[in-house]
Design a binder for this molecule. Structure first.
Ligand SMILES: [Zn+2]
Length: 292
């Protein structure tokens, strides 16, 4: 009798323990589900037209360091940037590569490195860069040798000549895999956009290329990706004479697109900002509002 009661007590304690553990697991699962269902600020990603509070000054283009990160390169706007103007670095010291001699533009490489680190932490180990910077000469050769010229840009019309583009490759499994989904979801956080998205070939002039990612900078990439735009559509959306506020990665940015007058453009008198020509004759200024 005594023994049976003890056995029942033990059984009760065991049942209670199971229940506590199950509730714990269940609540963790529910919390996790709740946090993953919280909209990832997608609704908050807007170009908000505002009146800026910053003070501005006109500076000559020679004084400004053109970043070229938003430069549009396509069949209508061929690349006219001097190869010397872009700082290229070898990527193989920082990123696992398929091609050992891959070069990328400096900021592109820095952000690609962070992107690859995050991918590795997410358990993606089969990601490589297939192609980065290509000289005009290399693009010439590639175009001449290509059997399907739809997928190879004409020399002068390739973003690879800028060093801001990388062709990714997922060894084992293509871009329809969960790894491909991770890449598309997280690229913008590191400033990259899917440059030739599905359904935009009439605008970009290039068929869907799930592997081609272009560095444009975080605030721009975040908005472009959230709104499923091509770079062409995004640049057109930035109306000269207007100032836009956009939030990305928890930071606030102010952007505007201007034409140079007498070789000068308006920039803030202080604080961190970047200038990039957009290839259409305008300049896009990106102000980092949190770093003022
Ligand atoms: Zn490419």
């Amino acid at each position: 009798m005594q023994r049976r009661r003890y056995a029942r007590k033990k059984e009760n304690r065991f049942t209670r323990l199971i229940m506590i553990v199950s509730i714990g697991i269940l609540s963790m699962f529910i919390m996790d589900l709740a946090s993953s269902q919280t909209p990832t600020q997608q609704n908050e990603i807007e170009l908000l037209e505002i009146e800026p509070t910053q003070a501005f000054i006109k500076r000559s283009l020679e004084q400004l360091n053109d970043q070229y990160s938003l430069l549009l390169v396509n069949s209508h706007y061929p690349n006219t940037v001097d190869e010397e103007a872009i700082r290229l670095l070898p990527a193989n010291k920082h990123i696992p590569l398929a091609a050992g001699d891959t070069m990328l533009e400096e900021k592109t490489l820095l952000h690609a490195k962070l992107f690859f680190q995050a991918a590795s932490e997410a358990g993606i180990s089969n990601l490589f860069i297939n192609s980065g910077y290509r000289s005009r000469h290399q693009q010439d050769q590639l175009y001449a040798a290509a059997s399907d010229k739809n997928y190879v840009a004409k020399p002068g019309q390739s973003e690879h000549e800028l060093g801001f583009a990388m062709d990714l490759q997922l060894v084992r499994g293509g871009f329809d895999s969960k790894e491909g989904e991770w890449i598309r979801t997280h690229a913008a956080q590191y400033g990259f956009i899917l440059r030739y998205p599905q359904g935009k070939s009439e605008i970009t002039g290039v068929p869907h290329e799930p592997w081609h990612f272009r560095y444009v900078g975080q605030p721009h990439a975040t908005y472009i990706t959230a709104k499923s735009l091509s770079l062409e559509e995004y640049i057109e959306r930035l109306q000269p004479g207007k100032y836009y506020q956009v939030r990305a990665n928890g930071k606030t940015y102010l952007l505007y697109r201007v034409k140079a007058e007498q070789n000068r453009i308006e920039v803030p008198t202080e604080g961190a900002y970047q200038v990039s020509s957009d290839g259409t004759g305008y300049y896009i200024v990106t102000i980092h509002c949190d770093d003022l």
